[in-house]
Design a protein around this ligand. Structure first.
Ligand code: CAA
Length: 286
């Protein structure tokens, strides 16, 4: 099946990146946010990133304009009704994702494929609320989406070979390298990443070192582009907390138990870059 028109649900950090890469690859993209304020914020994030792409010499100015024209914003889920593929990138909570898929299942024709950008939740469970479980898959992008080359494709219990094939062709067409994973909490990357990030917070809680020294140790000692606490601020402390909770719920393994400091930071609204403060102070322009 040929994918021409893509719907994206959610224009936050991940949704806006997904919108950008789809538009840059020439797809018509309709993105839905819950209200005009969030939509405006999301679309300006896309614009800003396209501009940065031009500044860094990754994108011609004419391609930036062309990409901009491919994108349409809306607050109505019904406007995604004629998409060939819908990618949801709403908050990492199963109930929210199910609500979106129940509604989309009613609005979209039987041919439409549904993908979730979930980082940890079960694709099979999301697919179970639709009448098209064979056409539901996980398509997990990484932050920052325009820069990170990976997409994890997740096969739910009922996902068909055709859907996996279409998902792979699509992800490759937007310039990504695909790895395939079964429907298991955290898939490949977060299975490995989350315990490491939580351990970094535990190290800080135990005053083993300062936040700066923990980050410098990993950056210079392991050649990671960012230390773990900087990465937590970048990805979102709230997002990582929800991922850890979902993984702990499934595995009941202490490695995935979020440390108390993280919970307190989430409750206090210290979510990292997106709220201006996390482990570090940030300007609110991102
Ligand atoms: N469009 C296209 N290219 C862009 C761009 C844009 N908007 N913005 C930056 N780039 C390019 C730059 O041109 C540069 O490319 P070259 O190396 O070819 O010159 C590259 O991206 C890096 O950009 P910068 O030099 O501006 O930035 P940097 O060197 O400081 O790197 C970073 C920034 C890419 C974020 C880097 O710090 C990094 O890789 N950090 C780790 C990110 C990471 O681990 N992400 C995964 C998080 S986990 C996740 O997302 C999943 C989950 O479920 C939680």
């Amino acid at each position: 099946m040929e994918i021409k028109r893509v719907g994206v649900v959610g224009c936050g950090l991940m949704g806006s990146g997904i919108v950008e890469v789809c538009a840059r690859a020439g797809y018509d993209v309709v993105v839905r946010e819950v209200d005009e304020a969030l939509l405006g914020k999301g679309l300006s994030r896309v614009e800003g990133s396209l501009r940065r792409g031009v500044e860094r010499g990754k994108l011609a100015a004419s391609d930036m304009e062309a990409a901009g024209k491919q994108i349409k914003g809306t607050t109505k889920l019904a406007d995604l009704g004629d998409a060939d593929l819908v990618i949801e990138a709403v908050i990492e909570k199963m109930e929210m994702k199910k609500e979106v898929f129940i509604e989309l299942d009613r609005l979209c024709p039987p041919r439409t494929i549904f993908a979730s950008n979930t980082s940890s939740l079960s694709i099979t469970e999301m697919a179970s609320v639709t009448k098209r479980p064979a056409q539901v898959l996980g398509m997990h992008f990484f932050n920052p989406v325009p820069v990170m080359k990976l997409v994890e494709l997740i096969r739910g219990l009922e996902t068909s070979d055709g859907t996996m094939g279409a998902g792979r062709a699509f992800a490759e067409s937007v310039g990504k390298t695909v790895v395939v994973c079964k429907d298991s909490p955290g898939f490949i990357v977060n299975l490995l990443l989350v315990p490491y990030l939580l351990d970094a917070v535990r190290a800080l809680e135990l005053s083993i070192a300062t936040k700066e020294d923990i980050d410098t140790a990993v950056q210079l000692g392991l050649a990671h582009p960012m230390g773990p606490l900087t990465l937590l601020d970048y990805v979102g402390i709230d997002t990582t907390y929800y991922i850890a909770e979902a993984m702990f719920e499934e595995f009941k393994d202490a490695r995935y138990a979020a440390p108390p400091l993280m919970k307190k930071m989430v409750l206090a609204g210290l979510h990292g870059r997106k709220t201006g403060r996390g482990f570090y102070e940030h300007s609110k322009t991102q």
